[in-house]
Design a protein around this ligand. Structure first.
Ligand code: MG
Length: 382
């Protein structure tokens, strides 16, 4: 029987480990052919023992080993691109966090048949480039981000041409009930403490600022070819509904499941099929209530900044993303306050002179410019 050859990029992170868990529970379906990590070599070695891939890539360029047993070892950013060129891959699961996923995503779109994409930053930066390359090479991008998986599934039950609106739901993050006056004292620990999902650090801070939801609006616009104005954020603290769509006839569809990333990961990996996951069902009698609220743009200005950048288009989303990445890193490393994150991004967006219909070069230049500008402005904060 033909085994689907699968590569897991970012295999030691939150998405990657869940992805390998899904793969391990589907014997006879997948062959893991390549893995990559940024720094967690210890876990990568354990994954190599277990899945015996042909190749792995480590982000750090250290040491001179070229093989671990039968597994070829690639290193660094260029090594990752080389690995994607050398290894035959049917499906790639992209679990790399942040903008560093952009080059491997574009490289993988040269050769894979299907992409299960968990990364949102690459789409926010360069959605036009990614989506047109995927269309040209006839590659299906199946989103792994839980909301976008939900939207993808809902749209699949109807026709894309009849789609009227997307309701992007979000639990509201760890600070949903915290007063704005307390925001200036938010610690890294508080920001990382998400009530519903266990995730990596970057996305957890993004959930606290609600920038995550803002980035997801832009991500959805690219994935589903929707206008930003037709995507509405809805706060839904129970996180039972993972997003909804409305068709032109007024019919609305929602996707529901327990909060377990293995559900959207497995859907993306097995798409267009569904297979038994063994994951528990929702118990509606225990949930009792589903509630929905409009998001609070005053307490969480990052969402408004994302709508602004998304509507401006061009290189603005790239600037939004880069400035946010720098600001989140500065916050996690204790150099700036939580409330400085939206402040600095707003300033950087204000300074940006956008490029319409940008090519990849314009996008990368905007990204580079925004990082320098953000650091420059932060120097005045310290
Ligand atoms: Mg999400």
């Amino acid at each position: 029987m033909h085994l689907e050859r699968i590569a897991v990029l970012g295999s030691t992170g939150s998405i990657g480990t869940s992805g390998l868990d899904v793969i391990a529970k589907s014997p006879g379906r997948f062959k893991v052919c390549a893995l990559s990590t940024n720094i967690n070599i210890k876990l990568l070695k354990a994954q190599v023992e277990r899945f015996k891939p042909e190749a792995v890539c480590i982000g750090e360029i250290k040491g001179n080993e070229e093989r671990w047993g039968k597994t070829r070892v690639y290193k660094g950013e260029t090594g990752l691109l080389k690995m994607l060129e050398d290894v035959k891959i049917d499906t790639v699961l992209v679990g790399i966090s942040g903008s560093s996923a952009l080059s491997p995503v574009l490289k993988a779109l040269d050769s894979v048949k299907k992409m299960a994409l968990a990364n949102k930053e690459a789409l926010v930066m360069a959605g036009s480039v990614i989506m047109s390359k995927a269309a040209k090479n006839n590659i299906t991008i199946v989103p792994v981000d839980s909301e976008h998986s939900a939207i993808f599934q809902c749209i699949g039950a109807g026709n894309r041409k009849d789609l009227k609106k997307i309701f992007l739901t979000g639990s509201g993050g760890p600070l949903l009930k915290v007063k704005k006056s307390r925001f200036r004292d938010i610690t890294v620990k508080q920001a990382l403490n998400h009530p519903r999902w266990k995730m990596g650090k970057k996305i957890s801070v993004d959930s606290a600022t609600m920038m995550n939801k803002g980035l997801e609006v832009i991500e959805a616009a690219w994935l589903f070819n929707m206008e930003i104005k037709d995507i509405e954020i809805l706060i839904h603290p129970e996180a039972v509904i993972h997003s909804m769509v409305e068709f032109i006839d007024g019919a609305m569809l929602a996707q529901m499941a327990v909060c377990d990333m293995r559900v959207p990961i497995q859907y993306a990996l097995t798409y267009p099929e569904r297979t038994d996951s063994g994951i528990r069902s929702l118990e509606f009698s225990k949930i009792k209530n589903l509630s929905f609220y409009k998001p609070d743009f005053r307490r969480f200005p990052c969402m408004g900044l994302a709508y602004y950048a998304g509507k401006k288009g061009g290189t603005f989303p790239s600037v939004l993303n880069a400035s946010n990445e720098v600001a989140v890193k500065e916050f996690i490393e204790g150099r700036v306050k939580f409330i400085d994150i939206p402040r600095v991004i707003e300033k950087v967006l204000g300074f940006h002179k956008g490029v319409d219909d940008p090519g990849l070069g314009d996008i990368l230049e905007a990204d580079r410019w925004a990082r320098v500008k953000t650091k420059e402005i932060f120097k005045c904060y310290r």
